[in-house]
Design a protein around this ligand. Structure first.
Ligand SMILES: Nc1ncnc2c1ncn2[C@@H]1O[C@H](COP(=O)(O)OP(=O)(O)OP(=O)(O)O)[C@@H](O)[C@H]1O
Ligand SMILES: [Mg+2]
Length: 246
């Protein structure tokens, strides 16, 4: 089976007056089913790496292949489709649309993917149920806590059942308890087969949840460790988690 994500000699150089080498000839392979934390100091290239894998950015050199798509070589329209269908992205500050309800926010990627209205409605209901936020469907983001907002953005990221879930500091704006709840949900998703790649500054969080820790330093992979201890996820004990529905 081919790898889900493959980076070969990937560099990203920002040219803003002086050149910044954000990533320097990075090789990385991520297999399906992995739960990988990307760590490293501020400015080490973590977000740059995630953005390249998400197709939000293109490498200066090297190749980024995700789910069989050569992200750097794809046309704008192919890349837009890739972003809608193959990856889900969770941001530190949620990026929810304040004028839309929770259900409408979660529906956006499914609508953009051209799914029929009834399918969209079913997917949104199922995702909200899985994430324990069905009761928030008609609320607006402004009225939610940080942890609730992040669950909504998880829902939006997952509505099209992407092969890969990417999260850049998903707990960075949350208190530790809400952060843990969000990561428990992500861990449960991984237990159900979802491949997850997340960025965090928090070493404790990375080792508590990640099964592999990739550490960047100055745009290079300084360390890549597989953790063998599997964390027991309290499946079914999570609020609203629906075993039968999957
Ligand atoms: N759009 C940009 N234009 C110019 N330089 C950039 C841009 N984005 C990032 N950089 C630079 O590239 C390097 C890597 O940045 P990146 O955002 O990937 O780091 P990071 O590891 O995510 O940091 P943080 O932990 O602070 O989020 C940094 O030196 C940063 O200043
Ligand atoms: Mg960053």
């Amino acid at each position: 089976m081919t790898a889900l994500v493959q980076l070969q000699k990937v560099s990203r150089v920002y040219d803003g007056g002086s050149e910044t080498v954000a990533l320097d000839a990075v090789d990385l392979i991520v297999q399906r089913g992995e739960f990988t934390a990307i760590m490293g100091p501020s400015g080490s290239g973590k977000s740059t790496l995630l953005n390249l894998i998400a197709g939000l950015d293109r490498p200066t050199s090297g190749t980024v292949t995700v789910a069989g798509v050569d992200v750097g070589a794809s046309s704008q329209s192919a890349l837009a489709k890739f972003r809608r269908v193959s990856v889900g992205f969770v941001f530190q500050f949620f990026n929810l649309l304040g004028t839309m309800t929770v259900a409408e926010n979660v529906a956006v990627p499914a609508e953009l993917a051209g799914k029929p209205r009834t399918v969209v409605r079913e997917r949104v209901a199922s995702v909200l149920e899985d994430l324990g936020i069905a009761d928030l469907a008609h609320k607006y983001p402004d009225s939610l806590s940080g942890g609730q907002k992040q669950r909504v953005s998880l829902g939006r990221a997952l509505v099209n059942e992407p092969a890969l879930l990417l999260a850049d500091e998903p707990t960075g704006a949350l208190d530790s308890r809400s952060g843990q709840q969000v990561m428990d949900l992500v861990a449960a998703l991984n237990e159900h087969g979802q491949t997850v790649l997340f960025v965090t500054h928090d070493h404790q969080l990375a080792t508590a949840y990640g099964r592999r820790i990739v550490t960047l330093r100055d745009g290079r992979i300084a360390d890549d460790t597989m953790l063998d201890s599997r964390r027991a996820v309290p499946l079914g004990e999570l609020i609203g988690w629906n075993h039968e529905g999957r």
